[in-house]
Design a protein around this ligand. Structure first.
Ligand code: SF4
Length: 570
C-alpha cells in the first residue's frame, strides 16, 4: 500500500464515493525526447481518472522496461526512477479497478514478451466478454500465462500471442480487437511503434496530439496541453492508429457505432478537456442554465458543492439571476490518510473535508448545486451542515438526472441497490436528504447541453438501456477471481491466484520495477530495484521465494513472474 501523502481524495465521504473513472492512459512516441518525463506529466494531468496505481513503460527500440506501483503518480515516481526509464516510446497508465482487484499485479501498463515481440499496454474502460476472451487463451499453459486478474491482462496476452504470426502487433490487433466487446480506449506499444485504439462505441475518450518531433495519445485533451502537444483529432470509434518512424497509419477494425459516455460530460473528465468538439466547462455551465430553467428556486444565493458542482452552479446563477457565491470551503489537504480516525473524528464525517462559511450562509435561502447523487449520504450531510450554519432554506439542484443503474463500461459505480435513485422517488430522496426542494436536470436537457448528435451518447446509468449487452457473468470486478481454488464457470476454467498475485500487504515487495524483455536485460534493469533497508530484510523472505530471481542475492528479478503450472485444470 502506498504511503499516505496527506492530499485530498475526490471523495467527500468515503462511504458515498462519487462515480470513479476506470483509468487514464497516455502514450508518447518522440525519439530524442525524455519520453518518461513527458509520460509522467501526462499522467499527472490524468490523475483524477485513476488513483489506485500508476505505471510507465518505456522502449528504447530493443527492450521494454515497466515501472509500476500502487499509489498516486507522485508517490510512484521520483527523479531517479524516471531518469532510469530511457527510450523513444512510452506508455503510461493510472488506474481505478473495475475488473480485477486493486493490487499490484493488476496495475498497468501490462506487459508481455514472446520470442518475437514485447508489448506494454494501458487500458481505459471495461470489457464485457472477458471470460469469453480468456477462454481463447491456451488453457494447458494456464490461460497463456495470465499474470493478473484483469480484463486488460487477457487482452494483452491475446495481442502478444497473436503477434507471432506475420504482421506483428498491428496485424494481431486488427484480428483480435473486433472480437473484443465493451469499453476500451487503449494505448500500447511494441519495441518500435505506439498504438492507440478505441472500441466501436467510443465509450471512453482518446485523442491524438502532435509534438514538434513526435506524437502523443491521451485520454483527455488536457493531458496534451500539459505536455505542449497540439490537438490533432480524436481516435475514432473502431479505429486503430499506429505511430512510428514510418508516420501515422490508421485502419478501421470495426464500423463506428458511437455511444460516448454521457457521464464524462457531467463529472468524470476534467473541465478543461474537450470531447466531441465541446469544452466540458462550457457544457457544465450550460447544464446549470438548463437546470435553473427546469427547477427554479426562491433563493438568495447559489453555491456549489466544491469543486464538482462549480460550473453548473455558475450556470444556474447566471440563468436564474440569483447571486453566485462560495458557501462551502473544501480542505484540500485532508483525506488520503491511513491513520484510523478516533470515534470523535469519525463522527465529523464530511466536516473533515467541507466547512461552511457561516457569515455567507446564515439568514439566507440557499440553492446548493452538485453534479450527481449516488447514495445520498453526502447531500444529507451538506444540507444538515448548511442548516446548522443558519440557512433559512436549502434547495438542492443536481446537474445530472437520477443515477439509477450501474455502469459496466469502466466507471466504478455503486450497485443498483446502493444507488438511492434506483429504489426511491425524487420526493423520497428529498425527504431522505432533508432538503426543502430537490431538482434534477432532465435527460433531454443534459443531452442537449452536450451538443452531441442524438443517439451518439451512452446514457445507460440514467435510463438502463445498455448499448452493449452485459452478460450476468461479466458483471462485477471479480470475473477472473474465483473464491474457490479451482473454479469452473461456463466454459472457462479458472483457478486461484497464487498468494503474491492476490494482493495484500506483501504486494509492495513485488513491485518497483516490473518487467523487461525476456532475457539478458534482467540484470540491467534490476539495478533500478531498491533494496529494502537492512532491518526489514527478514520480512521480505517469504515474498522473495515467490518471485523469480536474477541469481544475484538480494536482487529481485526484472522478469515478469509467472504462475506455477496449474495442479489441475478445473
Ligand atoms: S453507463 Fe453511464 S457512466 Fe457508464 S458509460 Fe454509460 S453513461 Fe457513462
Amino acid at each position: 500500500m502506498a504511503k499516505p501523502d496527506g492530499r485530498l481524495t475526490h471523495d467527500l465521504d468515503p462511504n458515498d464515493r462519487p462515480p470513479r473513472d476506470a483509468c487514464g492512459v497516455f502514450g508518447v512516441w518522440s525519439p530524442g525526447e525524455d519520453v518518461a518525463k513527458l509520460a509522467y506529466y501526462g499522467l499527472h494531468a490524468l490523475q483524477h481518472r485513476g488513483q489506485e496505481s500508476a505505471g510507465i513503460a518505456v522502449s528504447d527500440g530493443r527492450r521494454i522496461v515497466v515501472h509500476k506501483e500502487m499509489g498516486l503518480v507522485a508517490q510512484v515516481f521520483d527523479e531517479p526512477s524516471l531518469t532510469a526509464l530511457r527510450g523513444d516510446i512510452a506508455v503510461a497508465h493510472c488506474r481505478y479497478s473495475t475488473t480485477g482487484a486493486p493490487v499490484w499485479a493488476n496495475a498497468q501498463p501490462t506487459f508481455r514478451s514472446t520470442p518475437t515481440v514485447s508489448i506494454a499496454l494501458g487500458h481505459n474502460g471495461n470489457l464485457t466478454n472477458t471470460r469469453e476472451l480468456a477462454a481463447m487463451l491456451p488453457q494447458e499453459s494456464g490461460f497463456g500465462g495470465l499474470q493478473a486478474t484483469s480484463d486488460t491482462d487477457v487482452l494483452t496476452e491475446l495481442i502478444a500471442g497473436g503477434a507471432g504470426a506475420d504482421g506483428g502487433v498491428e496485424e494481431a490487433s486488427a484480428r483480435i480487437l473486433p472480437l473484443v466487446r465493451g469499453a476500451y480506449s487503449l494505448v500500447y506499444m511494441d519495441e518500435n511503434t505506439l498504438y492507440a485504439a478505441r472500441d466501436p462505441q467510443g465509450f471512453r475518450p482518446l485523442v491524438i496530439g502532435k509534438l514538434s518531433g513526435g506524437w502523443v495519445a491521451a485520454s483527455e485533451t488536457a493531458a496534451l496541453d500539459i505536455v505542449g502537444a497540439s490537438f490533432v483529432r480524436e481516435v475514432e470509434p473502431g479505429e486503430l492508429i499506429s505511430l512510428d518512424e514510418r508516420g501515422v497509419r490508421s485502419r478501421r477494425f470495426a464500423p463506428a457505432a458511437p455511444k460516448v459516455c454521457l457521464f464524462e460530460y457531467v463529472y468524470l473528465a476534467r473541465p478543461d478537456t474537450t470531447i466531441g468538439g465541446r469544452g466540458l466547462h462550457a457544457t457544465r455551465v450550460e447544464i446549470g442554465r438548463r437546470l435553473a430553467a427546469e427547477h427554479p428556486a426562491p433563493a438568495d444565493l447559489v453555491i456549489p458543492v466544491p469543486e464538482s458542482g462549480t460550473p453548473a452552479a455558475i450556470g444556474y446563477a447566471e440563468a436564474s439571476g440569483i447571486p453566485y457565491g462560495q458557501g462551502l470551503v473544501k480542505n484540500s489537504y485532508v483525506g488520503r490518510t491511513f491513520i484510523q480516525p478516533s470515534q470523535t473524528i469519525r463522527q465529523l464525517g464530511i466536516r473533515l473535508k467541507l466547512n461552511p462559511l457561516r457569515d455567507v450562509i446564515a439568514g439566507r435561502r440557499i440553492v446548493v448545486v452538485d453534479d450527481s447523487i449516488v447514495r445520498g449520504n453526502t447531500q444529507q450531510a451538506i444540507v444538515a451542515m448548511l442548516r446548522e450554519a443558519g440557512a433559512l432554506e436549502v434547495h438542492v439542484r443536481i446537474a445530472s438526472p437520477p443515477v439509477k443503474w450501474p455502469c459496466f463500461y469502466g466507471i466504478d459505480f455503486a450497485t443498483r441497490d446502493e444507488l438511492i435513485a434506483g429504489r426511491s422517488s425524487v420526493e423520497e430522496i428529498r425527504a431522505a436528504i432533508g432538503a426543502d426542494s430537490l431538482g434534477y436536470v432532465s435527460l433531454d436537457e443534459l443531452v442537449a447541453a452536450t451538443e452531441q448528435p442524438n443517439g451518439s451518447l451512452c446514457r445507460a446509468c440514467f435510463d438502463g438501456h445498455y448499448p452493449v449487452p452485459v452478460p450476468e457473468s461479466e458483471r462485477g470486478k471479480s470475473v477472473l477471481e474465483p473464491v474457490t481454488s479451482l473454479g469452473q464457470h461456463d466454459n472457462v476454467s479458472t483457478r486461484r491466484m497464487p498468494a503474491p498475485l492476490r494482493g495484500g500487504h506483501n504486494d509492495r515487495y513485488h513491485s518497483r520495477l516490473a518487467s523487461a524483455s525476456q532475457c539478458p536485460s534482467a540484470s540491467a534493469t534490476s539495478r533500478l530495484l531498491r533494496r529494502r533497508p537492512r532491518h526489514r530484510r527478514r520480512r521480505r523472505e517469504r515474498p522473495r521465494r515467490r518471485t523469480r530471481h536474477t541469481g544475484r542475492r538480494g536482487r529481485r528479478s526484472a522478469l515478469p513472474f509467472r504462475r506455477p503450472a496449474p495442479a489441475a485444470a478445473g
